[in-house]
Design a binder for this molecule. Structure first.
Ligand code: NAP
Length: 327
């Protein structure tokens, strides 16, 4: 009889951290659903890194589109697979744009892709994770730049969700930022990453005890060679990896970053819900992993609840505050 593998869905597995996380999970004998917007590119990427053909399935998702996220979940369920882990990894970073871009639903594109699409996906796929026989995990990628108290997060602009006025006012034009202030594309990325961590912490608070699911985040290190920086100045793209490798020491390869994601998804020592994992290049000897304190805004429980409620409205979810699982 064929062995039944565990299944992980990884968003944005067509390049960088997500691709190497997919490779590392396949090497752990998991089946990987590579949830991506460009199917052909993903197929080529999987082959290029040597993933065995039967170790993955490629399925379409455009995280910027709420309709596409819903369609993905339907397609996943129709495939008959059981979900054991979900990795929210896809992201865009568009530091040079002057005017905001909009998602199909009219939201600012960076927040829509990095946060709102994943927020909806997590909420919908909770039902699938609950059916996992083994303890399921849900992992959301974070980054050091969400935290202005960390060395890597000190370069302005600082992330700031304010009182989430932009979300409260519907987040459509002319609103561009979560705090309702003027558009700033780098801040939009950092804000979206604060929302990612708030989502993980709020998932943990609401659902860990009642479902047993392990919710966590990680900063995989500075993976300065990925396509995340494709929209930056060419000179930046050239110098950034050198700077990170030789000056800050924060540089990690895409392969190592992917391995770190896989550890958090599958390894016993990372079975800690509510944790934000990091690997010290300054804080710890031998780059050991440790649970790191998140930024003041990302650790603010009241802000997490407000972000959750407002995000529910923006993605069209019926408020779940009346459900028994919610405390
Ligand atoms: P990357 O190589 O650019 O990968 C981003 C992935 O997201 C790509 O597969 C991309 O797909 C996908 N994506 C973008 N928009 C999408 C959409 N609308 N729908 C579906 N997929 C979409 O960047 P990366 O560096 O690996 O980043 C991966 C994660 O790591 C991000 O969450 C990032 O915040 C986090 N991170 C990265 C670093 C770093 O130094 N690179 C550091 C800390 C955290 P396409 O191939 O179609 O563009």
């Amino acid at each position: 009889m064929e062995e039944r593998k565990s299944t992980v869905v990884i968003t944005g597995a067509s390049s960088g951290v997500g691709l190497y996380a997919a490779k590392a999970m396949a090497a752990r004998n998991w089946h990987v659903v590579m949830a991506c917007r460009d199917l052909e590119k993903t197929q080529k990427a999987a082959q290029a890194v040597g993933m065995p053909e039967n170790s993955y399935t490629i399925m379409h998702i455009d995280l910027a589109s709420l309709e596409s996220v819903r369609q993905f979940v339907q397609n996943f369920r129709a495939s008959g697979k059981t979900l054991n882990a979900l990795v929210c990894n896809a992201a865009i970073y568009m530091p040079l744009i002057k005017e905001p871009l909009r998602s199909p639903e009219g939201y600012e594109l960076t927040m829509a892709t990095n946060h709102l699409g994943h927020f909806l996906l997590c909420n919908l796929m909770l039902e699938d994770l609950k059916k996992s026989a083994a303890q399921a995990r849900l992992v959301i990628l974070g980054t050091v730049t969400h935290n202005p108290n960390e060395l890597g997060g000190k370069i302005p602009p600082r992330p700031d969700l304010g009182d989430l006025q932009g979300f409260a006012e519907g987040f459509k034009a002319p609103i561009t930022m979560a705090d309702g202030k003027k558009f700033e594309p780098v801040k939009a990325y950092k804000d979206s990453k604060v929302c990612n961590i708030l989502t993980m912490r709020e998932l943990h608070r609401r659902y860990h005890e009642s479902t047993g699911i392990i919710f966590s985040s990680l900063y995989p290190g500075c993976v300065a060679t990925t396509a995340l920086f494709r929209n930056h100045y060419p000179l930046f793209q050239k110098l950034f990896p050198i700077f990170q490798r030789y000056i800050t020491g924060g540089f990690v390869s895409e392969e190592l970053a992917g391995e770190r994601v896989a550890m958090v998804v599958a390894d016993a020592e990372y079975a800690k819900s509510g944790a934000y994992w990091s690997w010290g290049n300054r804080q710890k000897k031998n780059r050991q992993s440790f649970v790191q304190q998140v930024s003041p805004q990302a650790s603010d429980d009241a802000r997490a609840k407000r972000m959750w409620d407002l995000s529910e409205n923006l993605v069209g979810l019926t408020p779940v505050s009346s459900q028994a699982a919610v405390r």
